[in-house]
Design a protein around this ligand. Structure first.
Ligand code: NAD
Length: 274
């Protein structure tokens, strides 16, 4: 059964892909998964061990049963994950990377004073390098260009381009993720594999709860946006559908902002009487 707010169709009929990063029903990866499934895709889910029960329940609710444990910091698990995919499906057509992590202490106050060597390395490893690693492994089992190639998306945030209070080391990791997206896109372009990033506005998820002042980020994300509304899961999932299906045919190396226009605002509204 698929959530009715995600339009159904057959844009991804016959396509198979890996979703990395479902933690619960609020996860961006889960919104994207529902949209892709509603368009006919067959999905595999990789997850952090402790989350198996929850991820299994969600996957089964949309008729999917292919789950693979994979902590992105563990080379053996990553190797096994893509081997398992290849053994069952042979090839995959798309990859969704919706994974990030930084310690709570590093997501508050002064970036300069609160960022430790270990915290920096961990944020970069989990939030940026893991996409490079997953892209390398996924591209090895994607069809040739003549047979349709493939597509990948990762999730990023405006804190990579602008200073966002408390986002700190995660902003630096997202800048690395976006740059990696462009380099991967160039490497894999000749193989017919498109690689893009979605820069989503603030959304109420577990990851967001870890950022100090998340409520203010949510409120300004809406109040200062052009649309005067929160970023919706439907909007982000729709962008993923565009980028991962043939609708996104000529699009690669792109960071697509899906944030109700917030990223393009220079100065928030000024009232007439000022
Ligand atoms: P979430 O907490 O639901 O998802 C984060 C996921 O990362 C979880 O599934 C978690 O298991 C996974 N993860 C963390 N460390 C891992 C590891 N070592 N190995 C494997 N998986 C690991 O939160 P979300 O907001 O859905 O985050 C998904 C992506 O979207 C992240 O890249 C996040 O930075 C990005 N994003 C979120 C927002 C937002 O406002 N929520 C905005 C823009 C971008």
């Amino acid at each position: 059964m698929t959530d009715t707010s995600f339009p159904a169709g057959d844009l991804l009929k016959g396509k198979r892909g890996l979703i990395m990063g479902v933690a619960n029903k609020n996860s961006i990866a889960w919104g994207i998964a529902q949209q892709l499934a509603a368009q006919g895709a067959e999905l595999a889910f990789s997850y952090q061990e402790a989350l198996e029960k929850r991820v299994r329940g969600l996957a089964e609710s949309i008729g999917q049963d292919f789950l693979i444990p994979a902590d992105v910091t563990n080379d053996d698990e990553m190797e096994a994950c893509f081997k398992t995919l290849q053994a069952r499906w042979g090839t995959i057509d798309f990859l969704v990377h919706a994974i990030a992590f930084a310690g709570k202490d590093e997501l508050q106050g002064s970036f300069t004073h609160n960022t430790t060597r270990l915290g920096f390395q961990r944020a970069m490893d989990i939030s940026a390098f893991s996409f490079v690693d997953a892209a390398k492994r996924a591209s090895a089992i994607m069809p040739s260009k003549e047979n349709g190639g493939g597509a990948m998306v990762c999730l990023t945030y405006l804190g990579s381009e602008r200073v966002v209070p408390n986002y700190n080391v995660m902003g630096v990791a997202k800048a690395a993720l976006e740059a990696s997206t462009r380099y991967i896109a160039r490497d894999l372009g000749p193989e017919g594999i498109r690689v893009n990033a979605i820069s989503a506005g603030p959304m109420r998820t577990l990851a967001m709860a870890g950022i100090s002042g998340g409520k203010t980020l949510m409120k300004t994300g809406k109040d200062w946006s052009m649309l005067k509304e929160d970023t919706t899961m439907e909007g982000v999932a729709g962008a993923a559908l565009y980028l991962l299906s043939d609708l996104g045919k000529s699009c690669t190396g792109e960071v697509l902002h899906v944030d109700a226009g917030f990223h393009a605002v220079g100065v928030p509204d000024i009232s007439e009487d000022e």
